[in-house]
Ligand binder design. Sequence first.
Ligand code: F6R
Length: 244
Amino acid sequence: IYENQEIASAYVANRIASVIVTKQEQGQKAILGLATGSTPKGVYKELVRLHKYEGLSFQNVVTFNLDEYYPMHPVEEQSYVSFMKSNLFNYIDIPKQNIHIPDGTLSMEAIHAYCDLYEKKIADFGGLDMQLLGIGRTGHIGFNEPGSGDCSKTRLVTLNDLTREDASGDFGGKEKVPAQAITMGIQTITQAKEIILMALSQRKAEIIQKALKGAISADIPATYLQKLAHVEYILDKAAASLLD
Ligand code: F6R
């Protein structure tokens, strides 16, 4: 539990940087699972600063984003491709071919094979070294909404009503938020070697209490993480305010 968002974000950025540097020293690639949304913005800002002023290189970094709306064209302002570019990728030296974000332009028929391939690509790199997560107010991680199974893999999902409402500001109305998304599954996420779940602000206090203290259940997919030893929850004081 950190005093404020800036300190929590700097801590997470430093954890990611240390994975990158350790892998670099071993002559290996760092395979990172990344999230979008308001929560990791401060982390990405700090990573950009570390690149610009402290020599952190992303040449050996490979990234896999958790999710993308469906349908969604990458050039749209609300796409997670645009988000990643404007918050991180445009300002660092990551090779373009190392970036993976689910494709929101596929035909329905092509999605299944594409999702299998996304899983295979992660596996071919030896799995995710670190997965960064936010949490939605439904308890989703990635876009694994209530009802998601703990063995789920990358797939097309339907977004929960509350999730669409929370995204309505970005789209100018809930009805304009895509009804579906492509997301890594719970199993894809939990197989990462290390997991960092971040939650910032009072808005997340209630779901954080349920995710950390509630019974493990598909009703709140983030509770699946309780079973794992390799998860760190990074909270600011406000998000932690309902934990005793
Ligand atoms: C984003 C993602 C989502 C968000 C969650 C919280 O890639 O997978 O699970 O992390 O919806 O969003 P914010 O941070 O905007 O509150």
